[in-house]
Design a binder for this molecule. Structure first.
Ligand code: MG
Length: 179
């Protein structure tokens, strides 16, 4: 399976607006969670009646078909959780996918390990997984090697660029090599 993060791989949030990667479109999404978080923030700032601005998201419509073409089962591994199905999947032409729900409060594994990493390993239960995320680092690879009893491929995606052709090639090569 392939665990898919939204912000970074699909939404290259760190790209400068004037250098937005080619092929991406702009979407303005007002998800219930974004709206609630922004409402809280505006209220804290003493602006309870100010309308909430939607969240700007860049998406590449080619990513949906390219993800679907991979020989891997897709699973959301994003803080968007079920909102990825409601808001992101339809814009990319993806069907509703299983998603990992994260516990609150966030785990704090320490040693520079990303909080998602232990959760993903626990969720995978030894099953083979590839994972694309902009926050993967060497500490996460080490943690997975030590705690995950099965094949795993962690691929960091540059959040200035999003998922690119070489990422799809690497994922295909990894999945094909599993057989
Ligand atoms: Mg991310």
């Amino acid at each position: 399976m392939l665990l898919v993060d939204v912000d970074g791989p699909l939404n290259p949030y760190a790209a400068k607006p004037h250098r937005r990667p080619e092929g991406y479109g702009t979407h303005r999404l007002l998800t219930p969670r974004w709206e609630a978080a922004e409402r809280r923030r505006l209220t804290e700032w003493g602006l309870p009646n100010k309308p909430v601005e939607p969240l700007r998201v860049w998406l590449n419509p080619d990513h949906g078909p390219a993800l679907n073409a991979l020989p891997l089962d897709l699973v959301w591994a994003t803080t968007w959780e079920k909102e990825a199905n409601a808001f992101i999947a339809p814009l990319l032409g993806l069907s509703e996918l299983p998603f990992i729900s994260w516990p609150l409060p966030r785990s704090r594994p320490g040693d520079g390990v990303f909080w998602k990493t232990p959760e993903i390993v626990a969720w995978a239960k030894g099953r083979a997984f590839a994972w694309i995320d902009d926050e993967i680092a060497e500490a996460d690879r080490a943690w997975v090697r030590e705690h995950h009893d099965g094949p795993a491929m962690l691929r960091r995606i540059d959040p200035r660029r999003g998922l690119a052709i070489d990422d799809f090639a690497a994922l295909t090569a990894w999945a094909t090599g599993l057989d």
